[in-house]
Design a protein around this ligand. Structure first.
Ligand SMILES: Cc1ncc(COP(=O)(O)O)c(C=O)c1O
Length: 363
């Protein structure tokens, strides 16, 4: 860890890989060959064109993406995607949504503004403690697509296999586990992620879309909300967030070149999560995990202590020791450790030890 930096367990924006920050710092004033900062060059310049193409190339390699998939960078984070996908593909019809938690519910609320949103499964009555098996999901004939959230950031539950939706186009909000493990991209018609957890800075989303969907895009959508136009213009219909795309480019290069790809980062992520869940399981009930074991997220570890006063003390003592942002989301309370790709293994080791010590002295 670089001098002065802390282990930041924030759910997002969250830690970025240090080599990425160092390279961005080195190139902040003068991007090699451009004689200016990336923030100062035209989005239509040769230098930026290379940044954009390299970023997409690394993403393609990481995801093993066939040519009939297109990558775009959109403004507005994942929340904008909730609306954009519904404006493009729901458009007055019916779509099925798998309601697994706070973010799936938000996607549904936005979808409802553009058509009939059907709940294909809901975990609400169980307080969103698990993901469903495919046999529990009820897909309707009329659904234009099925939408799911691969990782519920607030509840800390994750799908490790895509729901089986037959031949329906599968849409996925992967904001909080994108690029954290290999996926079979060909199972998806559309997958998107707000960048600020595993991929880069806040404010943009990375979207991967299967090309055949573009023929379904209706006329006269606002230009920036039109997938067809965004793909045709290679995300350059207007001036995109060039700096954010540049950082995403550094992150995907780090993931491919330094880490060795998604199978490698999955191994590391599994080990990090296991460290924390093991402490929870061996604490004799001092820590109680929110998620059922089979749905435990490798990205967001959510847990409670015996009472709120202890939770407060836990969070403040951890913070004093450089373990920051362990407070759970305001809607569910408790504690949450977000341990995305850039959280070093060492950060989880230090937190695990802190949790053990805290339980011993307060249990
Ligand atoms: C799973 C998930 N979906 C959507 C969002 C919303 O993302 P944004 O703030 O980029 O719109 C978040 C943000 O935390 C998230 O975790």
């Amino acid at each position: 860890m670089l001098e002065g930096r802390v282990f930041n367990f924030s759910a997002g924006p969250s830690m970025l890989p240090e080599p990425v920050l160092v390279q961005a710092q080195q190139e902040l004033l003068v991007y090699p060959g451009a004689g200016a900062s990336v923030m100062e060059i035209s989005h239509r310049s040769k230098a930026f064109d290379e940044i954009l193409e390299k970023t997409k190339d690394y993403l393609k390699k990481l995801l093993n993406m066939p040519d009939n998939y297109k990558i775009i960078f959109t403004p507005g984070g994942a929340t904008m995607q909730f609306s954009m996908l519904a404006m493009n593909f729901l458009n007055g019809g019916t779509a099925d949504y798998i309601n697994t938690g706070s973010w799936a519910s938000k996607a549904m609320s936005e979808g409802k503004k553009h058509g009939n949103v059907r709940e294909a499964w809901s975990g609400k009555s169980e307080n969103y403690v698990r993901m469903p098996s495919s046999s529990e999901i009820n897909i309707s004939d009329e659904a234009k697509y099925v939408h799911f959230t691969s990782n519920e950031t607030i509840q800390g539950i994750e799908f490790f296999n895509e729901p089986d939706v037959g031949d329906k186009p599968l849409f996925c909000d992967a904001s909080s586990d994108f690029l954290s493990r290999p996926i079979d991209i060909t199972k998806y018609a559309l997958i998107y992620a707000g960048a600020q957890k595993n991929v880069g800075p806040s404010g943009i989303a990375v979207v991967v879309i299967r090309e055949d969907l573009l023929s379904l895009v209706p006329e006269k959508l606002p230009s920036l909300l039109d997938y067809k136009l965004m793909v045709e213009n290679n995300s350059l219909y207007n001036t995109p967030s060039t700096w954010s795309i540049y950082i995403v480019g550094l992150v995907v290069k780090w993931l491919y070149e330094d880490i060795g790809g998604l199978a490698k980062i999955e191994e590391i992520n599994k080990k990090k999560a296991e460290l924390l869940y093991q402490v929870i399981d061996e604490s004799n009930g001092f820590y109680k995990g929110h998620a059922h074991k089979e749905s435990r997220s490798r990205m967001n570890v959510t847990f409670r202590l015996p009472d709120e006063a202890l939770e407060k003390e836990f969070i403040s003592k951890a913070s004093a020791e450089g373990l920051k942002e362990l407070k759970g989301h305001r809607s569910v309370g408790g504690c949450r450790a977000s341990i995305y790709n850039a959280m070093p293994y060492e950060g989880c080791e230090v937190l695990a030890q802190f949790m053990k010590d805290f339980a011993q002295s307060h249990g």
